[in-house]
Design a protein around this ligand. Sequence first.
Ligand code: FES
Length: 257
Amino acid sequence: MKKYALDLRVVSVEQIHARYVLIKLTDDQKLPEMLPGQFVEVRVDGSPNTFLRRPISINFVDREKNELWLLIATVGDGTRQLAKLQPGDLLNCILPLGNGFCAEGGPSVPLLIGGGVGVAPLLYLGAELAKNAIAPTFLLGARTKNDLLLLDEFKKYGRVVITTEDGSEGEKGFVTNHSLLQQERFDHIFTCGPTPMMKAVARYAKQADIDCEVSLENLMACGLGACLCCVEKTVDGNLCVCKDGPVFNINQLLWQV
Ligand code: FES
C-alpha cells in the first residue's frame, strides 16, 4: 500500500481517564485507505527528549467525517506532549504502516481480545467486521474499571464482555479465565495487548485449535524496516514487526506457548 506523510489537523483531544487520550485527526483531502491493525508514525514536535517518531495503532477511521482516531496511553514525554495538542494544531503522520489483520473472508464467529490500551486496533477491526455482516464479540480486559477504554464505541459494533484484575467490572481475573471461553466456540481470535496476555491467548487458541492472529508491540524506531530494532523470530526467520507485522498468525511465531 502506498504510504503518505501528511500534516493532519487535530479535531479534538479527549482525555479518557487519567492516562489515556483519544486524538481525532482530519485532512482537507480524503484520508488514505487504512486497514485494521495498521499503524501510524507520528512526529512529536516540542519535546526535546523525543527524537524518534512514535508508532500509534489506528484506533478507528470514520469515513463519513473523514477522521482518523488515535488512542494513546500517556506514558512518557512524547505521548504527554501529544496529549497537549489543541484543535487546529497539525500533527505530521506517516501512514498507513504495517500489514493489518487478515479479516477478510475467513472468520464467521470472531473473538477480539484486547488488554489495556491494546484494545485500540480492535475497534476499527470490529467495525469493519460488522460492516461485512460478521458480528464480533469483544473480550476486553484491564487492571481496573478505570482502565477500560471506549466501551460505548465497542458496543456499537458487537457484544462486549469484560474482565478486570480487581473485579471492579465484569468477571474478576484475566481474559483467558473468562467463562465465555468455556461456554462458546469461536472460529478466529484476534488479539492485541501486553505480551504475557497475548501469549496466554495464543496458548488457549492452540489448545482449542482456533486460528489466532496477534498484533505485536515490539519496540519500534524507524517504522519502515530500516533500523531492525523491532525484529521478531519467526518460522520464516527474523522479521520486522513494523514492516512484516505488526500482525502475525501465531503459527508464524516461535513463542513457546
Ligand atoms: Fe525500524 Fe522496524 S522499527 S526496522
